[in-house]
Design a protein around this ligand. Sequence first.
Ligand code: NAP
Length: 503
Amino acid sequence: MAGTGVFAEILDRDVYKYYADGEWKNSSSAKTVAIINPTSRKTQYRVQACTQEEVNKVMDSAKTAQKLWTKTPLWKRAELLHKAAAILKEHKAPIAECLVKEIAKPVKDAVTEVVRSGDLVSYTAEEGVRILGEGKFLISDSFPGNERTKYCLTSKIPLGVILAIPPFNYPVNLAVSKIAPALIAGNSLVLKPPTQGAVSALHMVHCFHLAGFPKGLISCVTGKGSEIGDFLTMHPGVNCISFTGGDTGIAISKKAGMIPLQMELGGKDACIVLEDADINLVAANIIKGGFSYSGQRCTAVKVVLVMESIADALVEKVNAEIAKLKVGPPEDDCDITPVVSETSANFIEGLVKDAKEKGATFCQEYNRDGNLIWPLLLDNVRPDMRIAWEEPFGPVLPVIRINTIEEGIHHCNASNFGLQGCVFTKDINKAILISDAMETGTVQINSAPARGPDHFPFQGLKDSGIGSQGVANSIKMMTKIKSTVINLPTPSYTMGNGGHSKL
Ligand code: NAP
């Protein structure tokens, strides 16, 4: 159970502690932040509201710990990560329980998130050993005007202190996708978990603690992003920010100093459906892509752009599948569970009302109870409706009927977002041409958008992000190239020195 057994030390009465200097601590603020259970809408957990002074201390110990960690052999860093991954998987049940209670993730998906996170940590350890175990060797005479007098050796060095800020929807997975690459590359890491999801993240951090990482190397400071966020992101001790979330990331990018940024932000992933598509396959992917975790996924299908000639058939099929979705609490492993907060539910409702006023066709009746919103397909959506462009982050999916492929591509590219997109057709040539024309970081052919597998590159264009994630890209992003150039007094040619006449 959460907060018991090996996790007992992270809890003080009913408040979870924060993690600094290898210890679990209460904040001197004596203030706490309540985490509301999205299903019961009552306080489920409490976490510490850390102070700026505590953040300063964490940054200092992160800097000191990093200097020692960078001297720890690569194989040993990998060994510790493998150990943390095993402990994480061993304790999947209590961590999944927190995910169910604080973000209303269905039980099965919650367990999957923890197991997937363990796999991600192990994979990163292995990939890191290879990527960081290799450097480059360059010779000067390949560039015009140079003789063979310079040998350049390059290797990857850590950046220092990495600040990781994940969002509520994958508070464990999107935290470890930042923690593991940072650590294998020799950095230290400060985690600011999302408030909804903080307790799951604290349990995950304890698994790293149990694995025996040096004190100060990993820290976890809790508190509302709106209160300590700016202090953290503008802290002079931070050498890199890896952020996943919404528009907050745009504001952070404008304020952050001259440090590398990895920003994975929102999306409005379009699903373009051509006349020759396999309707059953499309419908299955729209259900999985649009309604899994109640649509609260960055890569959820967020707008369907279907050719008019097959639109009726597709809408009918999708409606039949929607009718089969189980709606209810996450504890019962329902398909559609309450969205994360009342604010979020109100926002979704605003988009639905706007669509109603502007004449969208409601395929189901709009139904809401507290934070629980029943799945809804909106047909005949037009570009003047907010839902055509905005990310609902809920189980409401708009369908826009198109008459040409160009119309679909145009809608996709007119969006501020450019995370992923997908196209369904049996014609691979058309699929490639459409993929090339879509201004998104990834295009899936004949499948719904998805972030995994976690070693695939994952990136957003435009307002969807900066940089690229995926295991290898994150490791590289959290390092810098260091060169050492050996300058020879005379040109030197392997096996061609003519008997070393000049030596
Ligand atoms: P969010 O509101 O932007 O919050 C993300 C994180 O930022 C949370 O940890 C939040 O902490 C923190 N935060 C808030 N204000 C801050 C500030 N001023 N400075 C620093 N940090 C601050 O996003 P969300 O609602 O958790 O997640 C949903 C969004 O994430 C959606 O837009 C979704 O598309 C996007 N997302 C993107 C990806 C991707 O890889 N592209 C993946 C998943 C989700 P608090 O919780 O304490 O406010």
